[in-house]
Design a protein around this ligand. Sequence first.
Ligand code: GLN
Length: 281
Amino acid sequence: MILKDAYTEGIKKLKSANVDAPAITAGAILCCILGCEKEYLYIHGDYLLSKSEYERYCDALNRRINGEPLQYITGHQEFMSLNFAVNRNVLIPRQDTEILVEYVIEFVGQKQNVNILDIGTGSGCIAVSLAYYIKSSRVWGVDISKEALEIAKINARSYGVEEKIVFIESNLFENVPLQKFDIIVSNPPYIPNRVIDTLDRQVKDFEPKIALNGGEDGLDFYRKIVKESVGFLKPKGLLAFEVGFDQAQDVVKIMESSFKDIKIKKDLAGIERVVTGILSG
Ligand code: GLN
């Protein structure tokens, strides 16, 4: 089948299965299989797909129709204008998380040689972006999942920052070397237990539960990280969290005993998304 016809057929198939953005989806899948840019699809509409290309295309369309997120099918997601490799062992980077990364970049400003610890690094989207955009930074990325760390390392290598980041397999602070950081950042799992089953099928059936589950009330990791970060931050060190849509005030309360100058940042939808504080004392 020629490219143009495969594209039209794919769009039709996705549309009749009520998949969002059928043209973008079919195009992204074709680009991924052919290893080409979007423009190629329009310029080379007469390109004859090989049998294997066509089969892989149909298989990918079916996976999407079955609810699998496009990012796991194509294997990547853009974040902070960088292209991150992802698979089912890691959470797909979200646009909301860019607010957290941007805040940290702004906080660092002209400061030199900052040490940053990212707890629950997953795909490494936060750690790699910070290492990439903050030139003199050194970053530690921690995750309990060995499989996630493999992806994070691939992403660090893609952007030439593997020398600036130390990845550590660790349950929170357990294996983090006893040293003081300028900044601790985290987008921890924050979905309350009982809510997980009500999430979109795309999320609950495909994204790693371990990256989502924040315990009974969703706040388990905030409590643990706040408590432990006191011993790992330099005086006036920054702790910066992403939080769930209704968790900002709860996280502020958790932080209040040991942090000052607590600030909340909203995301593009106006939702309180980031909570930050400076170690007091
Ligand atoms: N730090 C990664 C991200 O922000 C993973 C977060 C997680 O798995 N909870 O996407």
